[in-house]
Design a protein. Structure first.
Length: 365
């Protein structure tokens, strides 16, 4: 187990060093709608690269993808993009990417096992990305491949609290025969956390992940929780999400205060080939200076969700991105991304401070 050494898992609204996307290609399940999903990724890449550096993992040649992007992005945005060629099964960077801890002047890159959400899908190529990528990244690599953990299954407030769901972390084909208590102890040790809050309700219909927290409840500044709920008693999810809401009202902060709760609307059901797709406004992406909010061609609810999320992040631009193509493969915007936080700068007299005279290699992120 890792010594704490002042490491912590920062909140997503803290300063980010760069963001990762893993690009879709014709040998993934995106093939039938590759043009549609590529447009979404181009929109994400543009908004990310306007505000911070962007790492794109791609099975396509870097030169060919660079040519495609350069037709849609300006020179300033292109200059912030680094390409890394690597075989991939799919595109869900949130779940196969590094989970990054920060300390005073450094980062620790935790590499967990990604097994296709409990061995539902092939994932051997995606699970190998980090071991190839680590040489190009700054930070200490930490092998945690003995434990299955996806980035979308945890939320952190940056101050020692982790929120997760029992339906995901206790699901089959992940970490059995570990008990809930053993899994919680592992999370606290690995993520340098003081406590873990477990949610037991809110399994979004159409979700392949067994109930990732980032599809239903998200942390925001000032002890705020944004969560989705249904107002339609005829919705098959109505009762489950009503139970979730009750549980959220009972949660307490580390200082034993209730959380500030902001209720997001539930998108109207989107059906494709007889199957309800997991549309959710909770799957937004926080950037330096902006929040990317998934929209679903439902003007009233899209605008309401953006207004509510804007209230939680008043210092950021709120940008809607049509995500109807993404949910065809049962995810949304947050699932496509993984942020790498900026390390905390140590005081100049600290032995752990970064020497500003040392230049990192140009290709090191």
């Amino acid at each position: 187990m890792m010594e704490r050494n002042n490491y912590r898992l920062p909140a997503e609204w803290e300063r980010q060093d760069f963001m990762q996307l893993t690009w879709p290609h014709e040998n993934t399940d995106w093939a039938p709608i590759l043009d549609r999903i590529t447009e979404v990724y181009l929109n994400m890449a543009r908004e990310i690269a306007r505000r911070e550096r962007l790492l794109i993992v791609t099975q396509k040649s870097a030169d060919s993808l660079r040519a495609i992007l350069s037709e849609h992005l300006g020179d300033a945005e292109m200059a912030r993009i680094t390409f890394f060629e690597c075989d991939t099964n799919d595109t869900w960077a949130r779940d196969h990417g590094f989970i990054t801890l920060v300390s005073d002047g450094g980062k620790r890159l935790l590499d967990y096992c990604f097994n296709g959400w409990g061995m539902k899908f092939a994932a051997e190529k995606d699970n190998a990305i980090n071991t190839k990528l680590k040489e190009t990244l700054s930070g200490d690599y930490a092998d945690r491949l003995d434990f299955v953990l996806e980035g979308g299954s945890i939320e952190s407030d940056g101050c020692g609290t982790i929120i997760t769901t029992s339906q995901c972390l206790l699901a089959p084909n992940r970490n059995q025969p570990m008990t809930k208590e053993q899994i919680e102890a592992r999370l606290k040790a690995d993520l340098c956390a003081d406590r873990v809050l477990w949610l037991d309700y809110g399994n979004l219909v159409g979700d392949d992940t067994d109930g990732h927290i980032d599809t239903i409840v998200r942390l925001a500044p000032n002890d705020t929780l944004l969560y989705i709920a249904s107002d339609d008693p005829d919705d098959e999810q109505f009762e489950d999400f009503r139970c979730l809401e009750r549980q959220l009202k009972e949660l307490r902060t580390a200082s034993d205060e209730p959380y500030n709760l902001l209720r997001l609307p539930m998108p109207d059901a989107i059906i494709e080939d007889g199957e309800r797709l997991p549309a959710t406004y909770a799957n937004f992406v926080i950037l330096n200076g902006a929040v990317l909010v998934p929209t679903y061609g439902q003007p009233g609810k899209d605008a309401e969700a953006m207004r509510i999320i804007g209230g939680a992040f008043p210092d950021r631009e709120i940008i809607g991105i049509d995500s109807r193509a993404v949910i065809v493969q049962h995810g949304s915007l947050h699932c496509c991304t993984m942020q790498f936080p900026s390390p905390l700068e140590a005081p100049s007299d600290s032995p752990r401070g970064r020497d500003s005279s040392v230049k990192e290699p140009y290709n090191t992120l």
